[in-house]
Design a protein around this ligand. Structure first.
Ligand SMILES: [Zn+2]
Ligand SMILES: [Zn+2]
Length: 837
């Protein structure tokens, strides 16, 4: 590979080396907004020899596609899979994860003319993409085929009988293939590999359902000739032994975005021991990555008054900052792509940049555009071409995935706000940099505690990943319906309960009690003629349909739990980047009527919440501090919503709503402190509610650092005295019935999670709390009371005592002496602050 320094200096044209461009962008600011510059060096790829077992025919096929040798991580993963280990490849975007599973899967299909492979993708588009890739290899007798909802009936039988590489999705496996397993018996009996692509998308409740769909698949494989639950490791070394009659589970090969502990996540998903390959050895261009924190605005009287702290913008908005950076880059003549989370936001960025450019040089504004999801494919490709050729210099877009594959090699990428995961961050940054050239990427922090933390903790972005994909297969709200599906497919036996894991026996008992299963000497039988109706996206109330009133067109569905927040009358609802306003929400009919409209504001629903502890699963006794994981009942009601200007964040007004109360039994993590320890730390009794409330907000904001989740997945509540704990308490709970693994992950990583929370608050430069640290956009109490300095004291007490705690942890089911289970006290007491954030 060409030396990077040479490449940059030798470069002609209007672009500039990234360091020089960054210096110019920074020079425009009185105080430096850059908190960190990371130079991610270019990396030459590390090729490895083809595995000895890879047949010549396959090597030649890959060579025709331009692959002369695998990268080392591809070869390592392929070797593990071929040797019989379940394996997950968790490497960066575009690192060639496909080859890692295609190699062992296709080699096996070529070696054994009867073997079959099942490939699962989260989307039909990805499956179609993979189908093309496999078909292009033109291997005799493989006959790859997609089998999904779009597959014509006439072709389905042929695929079941003749295809040896079937590409589908978890929904089709759940609704179509497993219930009709008899028709698939031949395919399942000879199944050598199951490929689970993009497995990090199977998280939360959906992931927990998919985990059981995979267990149901293993069970059917066992029934037709295999025994599930047996590790393959070391049991064979040739493909022939993997196949029919060897009584082992098919080999699982999973591909994941980079994440914390991918082996554990893949193990939970499959229920099998999984080895991980995480070192990326593919080549990449160098990137200069700057972390950019918009400056604080000069404080005025309204912004410093604590009672008026209701989201007065304290920092310059990330949208404005991004627009300025885009304009400045265009002035410098560099081709720049800005990623903004919403379509409206992208348009604000493009419009502001155009205005600024036209003021500087009349006519220059015309070289910036917004990339609209609503545009036709042809129009979008035309915008991309204009940017590639330099006719356009700046483009503001919503999502890296909507862009054409050819749109790479730009000079600079601006990322407005943390895109949620490291995978998305690198997907966006990856649009910059021609081969051999260095590019500039800038992450502009939004006013959000997680963004604040990340721009001050570059190790969280560039070091080892900590965010993990979490799911909870033991969730009874997932387990019971999945066991019903399994029983419909074949009566359940005691051995099956082991396969479905923790909580399976209790779930079966509950199904018997409910009359869904009948127990006989030979097992548990499904009692009905029809099969159970189970939605993999969860049982969180019936989904609500979003319908365009004027046309009757169905735009999409929203799960019942989120519908109160997203589809209340007056809500601005975004669908594929297009904005709609909700006219009415009919919960009885499960339908929301909307019309297309792009107002200048966004809407933010607020709710009031109360919570009672049902049971404690596990706890840490840390002297004056207690840390708990357990079941809770949460009662919440969305009561109002705020309208806020998109460009500035300014609150326009707050409007009341009339929606019913929602009840939720779920899993929560909570910590308690003794009033004495708070007094000793200098927290005045009157400031305790504000201290806990501020700590709760920031803790919710930082949980996505530990577990991939979004705001809808978690909620919180804090109180100076909770009736069930009889102490100052902060709760953070899973927003889905039965829990989805987020609270559990928070409990397991409490020291790191709360440590990051403390740092995010302490490192924010504001005086008395702002949206970048302790204010929450969804607070049910209008961000009042909040005490920023006392929140740091609270977390210091918690962290010091957790670090000193040496006592044993309580185990699941432990009762606490002072834990008054199932308290009937539910009223919202004074000083209790609550919201779902
Ligand atoms: Zn702040
Ligand atoms: Zn709050």
């Amino acid at each position: 590979m060409q030396d990077v320094t040479d490449a940059v200096s030798a470069r002609s044209g209007p672009g500039r080396p990234p360091a020089e461009l960054l210096r110019r962008l920074r020079a425009r600011h009185a105080c430096d907004p850059v908190t960190h510059v990371e130079r991610v060096p270019a990396r030459a790829g590390e090729p490895a020899p083809w595995p000895a077992w890879a047949p010549e025919e396959l090597r030649a096929a890959f060579a025709r596609r331009g692959v002369v040798a695998p990268w080392r991580h591809q070869a390592e993963a392929a070797e593990l899979a071929y040797a019989g280990q379940h394996v997950v490849v968790a490497t960066g975007t575009a690192s060639g994860k496909s080859l890692a599973y295609q190699l062992p899967a296709l080699a096996t299909l070529l070696a054994d003319p009867r073997a079959t492979v099942l490939y699962l993708a989260p989307t039909k588009a990805l499956a179609a993409d993979q189908l093309r890739a496999v078909a292009d290899l033109q291997l005799d007798g493989v006959r790859p085929a997609c089998y999904d909802g779009d597959t014509p009936r006439a072709e389905r039988k042929w695929i079941r009988q003749h295809s040896r590489f079937v590409l589908t999705n978890p929904d089709m496996l759940h609704h179509g293939i497993l219930p009709g397993h008899a028709q698939w018996s031949g395919f399942l009996r000879r199944l050598a590999y199951v490929v689970v692509d993009e497995c990090h998308t199977y998280r939360g409740v959906f992931g927990s359902h998919v985990a059981h769909v995979l267990r149901r698949l293993r069970r059917q494989c066992a029934k037709y000739g295999r025994t599930p639950g047996q590790a393959l490791a070391g049991s064979h070394s040739t493909p022939g032994q993997v196949l029919a009659g060897s009584h082992s589970t098919p080999g699982f090969v999973l591909a994941s975005a980079t994440s914390g502990d991918p082996a554990a996540a893949a193990g939970r998903l499959t229920g099998l021991p999984v080895a991980a390959v995480t070192e990326d050895t593919s080549p990449r261009g160098g990137v200069t990555f700057a972390l950019w924190e918009p400056p604080l605005l000069p404080s005025d009287t309204s912004a410093t008054s604590a009672s008026a702290a209701d989201l007065a913008p304290v920092r310059r908005s990330a949208l404005r900052e991004t627009a300025d950076l885009l304009a400045d880059s265009v002035v410098e003549g560099v081709r720049t792509l800005a990623f903004v989370r919403s379509r409206r936001g992208a348009e604000v960025v493009a419009a502001n940049a155009r205005r600024a450019l036209d003021e500087a040089v009349p006519g220059l504004g015309a070289r910036v555009a917004a990339y609209r999801a609503g545009y036709l494919r042809e129009e979008r490709r035309e915008l991309e071409r204009a940017l590639l050729h330099g006719d356009l210099l700046g483009l503001a877009s919503t999502n890296a995935l909507e862009l054409g594959v050819d749109l790479v090699g730009l000079d600079a990428v601006l990322i407005c706000g943390w895109p949620g995961t490291r995978a998305s961050l690198w997907q966006q940054a990856g649009r910059a940099g021609r081969s051999g050239d260095e590019a500039l990427a800038v992450l502009v922090a939004r006013d959000d505690p997680l963004d604040t933390y990340l721009v001050h903790h570059p190790e969280a972005l560039f070091g080892r990943p900590v965010e993990a994909t979490v799911l909870d297969p033991a969730n009874p709200y997932v387990l019971a319906p999945q066991l019903a599906c399994a029983a419909f497919e074949a009566p359940l036996t005691p051995a099956d309960l082991e396969l479905f894991g923790e909580g399976a026996k209790e779930a079966v008992d509950s199904l018997v009690e409910a009359g869904a299963l009948r127990q006989r000497p030979t097992g548990w039988y499904w009692r009905h003629r029809e099969r159970p109706e189970v939605d993999l996206r969860g049982e969180d109330g019936a989904p609500v349909c979003v319908v365009e009133a004027s046309t009757g067109r169905l735009l999409g569905t929203v799960d019942g739990g989120s519908s109160h927040f997203l589809l209340h009358p007056g809500a601005v609802y975004l669908h594929q980047g297009v904005s709609y306003v909700v006219d009415s929400l009919d919960l009885a009919d499960g339908c929301a009527l909307v019309h297309a409209e792009e107002p200048d504001w966004s809407t933010h629903a607020r709710d009031v919440t109360s919570l009672s502890v049902v049971s404690v699963r596990s706890y840490v006794d840390a002297g004056p501090v207690g840390l708990f994981l357990g079941e809770v009942d949460v009662t919440s009601q969305v009561v109002s919503y705020q309208r806020r200007r998109i460009a500035t964040g300014e609150v326009i007004d707050t409007r009341p709503l009339d929606l019913p109360v929602r009840e939720l039994r779920t899993v929560a993590v909570w910590f308690t402190l003794s009033p004495e320890s708070l007094a000793l730390a200098g927290v005045e009794p009157a400031d305790v509610p504000g201290a806990l409330h501020a700590a709760e907000h920031a803790a919710i904001g930082l949980l996505p650092l530990m577990a991939t989740c979004d705001r809808w997945d978690i909620g919180g509540l804090s109180t100076a005295v909770h009736p069930d704990t009889e102490a100052p308490t902060v709760f953070v709970y899973d927003g889905h019935p039965g829990g989805a693994g987020f609270a559990e992950r928070a409990y397991g990583t409490a020291a790191a999670w709360l440590g990051a929370t403390r740092d995010a608050i302490a490192e924010c430069g504001c005086e008395s709390g702002c949206p970048s640290c302790v204010q929450s956009p969804k607070c049910g109490n209008g961000n009042n009371p909040l005490s920023k300095p006392d929140a740091v004291r609270v977390l210091d007490v918690v962290l010091a005592n957790l670090a000193a705690a040496t006592g044993p942890r309580g185990e699941r089911g432990t009762a606490l002496p002072r834990q008054d289970n199932r308290s009937s006290e539910r009223s919202v007491t004074e000083g209790r602050a609550a919201e779902t954030a």
